[in-house]
Design a binder for this molecule. Structure first.
Ligand SMILES: Cc1cc2nc3c(=O)[nH]c(=O)nc-3n(C[C@H](O)[C@H](O)[C@H](O)COP(=O)(O)O)c2cc1C
Length: 233
């Protein structure tokens, strides 16, 4: 079994809280995985051309085309997005929108797979986890765990953080703040967050290996999504 990790942060893996947290979840599964950063990938949002209607294959030729086979081969996903304006960032959203290509007619490819949603924000990443779960639901993929934490806002490293009146360091710590390494939120130094990421990874492994039945999962998600659909119309 193979798990596909997607880090939707446009920042380099060395500084991205999302990348690090997704990796902790993947490592904790103890299973075969691949972790892909969307940084530097050119992926546009769905353009509703309906080119995928007949065969469930997106016809837009950008970097999403290379990811298609990896998505199909994966039994589960660990998807992480940074919080931009209280929602997932555009890059992750574009990636998730393009899963539309798997939805039509006989498009059962992703049904019943499992996922973990990871979100990081300067304040919190919970809203991102909820949005990722929603996207997964549309493909009848069950989100088995959510991992949300606080990461480093770019204001800590932009060079003006100690004096900028609208930057996170001054807003959180007040005038005269001195930015030291200890002050910068780091997902790898938060024991509770790491424990939550590891727990999510172990749960994902457990769900994948303990009597896993993708059709049962798909049926469950179909019911949930139909209820949501009805209540929103
Ligand atoms: C354009 C932009 C908008 C942001 N908006 C929010 C926000 O609304 N709420 C929040 O908590 N953090 C916000 N942030 C901070 C990021 O979520 C934070 O820096 C996070 O750690 C980024 O994850 P990364 O390290 O994986 O890139 C924003 C950052 C950027 C660049």
């Amino acid at each position: 079994m193979k798990i596909l990790g997607i880090s939707g942060s446009p920042r380099a893996p060395e500084v991205s809280g999302i990348y690090k947290l997704v990796k902790i979840v993947l490592e904790a599964t103890g299973m075969d995985y691949e972790l892909i950063s969307l940084k530097d990938k050119k992926i546009n949002g769905c353009i509703a051309c309906m080119g995928c209607v007949k065969d469930n294959i997106c016809k837009v030729m950008d970097d999403m085309a290379d990811l298609r086979e990896k998505i199909i081969e994966a039994d589960a996903f660990v998807i992480g997005a940074p919080n931009y304006y209280m929602g997932i960032n555009a890059l992750t959203r574009a990636f998730l929108e393009r899963l539309y290509q798997f939805r039509h007619r006989t498009g059962t490819t992703l049904w019943g797979r499992l996922a973990v949603a990871v979100g990081v924000g300067g304040s919190s990443g919970l809203v991102c986890c909820e949005q990722i779960e929603q996207f997964m639901g549309y493909r009848f993929i069950e989100t088995v765990a959510k991992v949300a934490g606080q990461g480093a806002a770019s204001c800590y490293t932009c060079g003006y953080g100690e004096t900028c009146q609208v930057g996170v360091p001054v807003m959180v710590h007040g005038e005269g703040v001195k930015i030291t390494d200890d002050l910068i939120p780091d997902v790898t130094k938060q024991p509770k967050l790491i424990a939550s990421a590891q727990k999510a990874g172990k749960l994902l492994k457990h769900r994948l290996t303990d009597d896993y039945d993708s059709w049962k999962v798909a049926e469950k998600l179909q019911k949930i999504m139909m209820e949501k659909f009805k209540s929103s119309t």
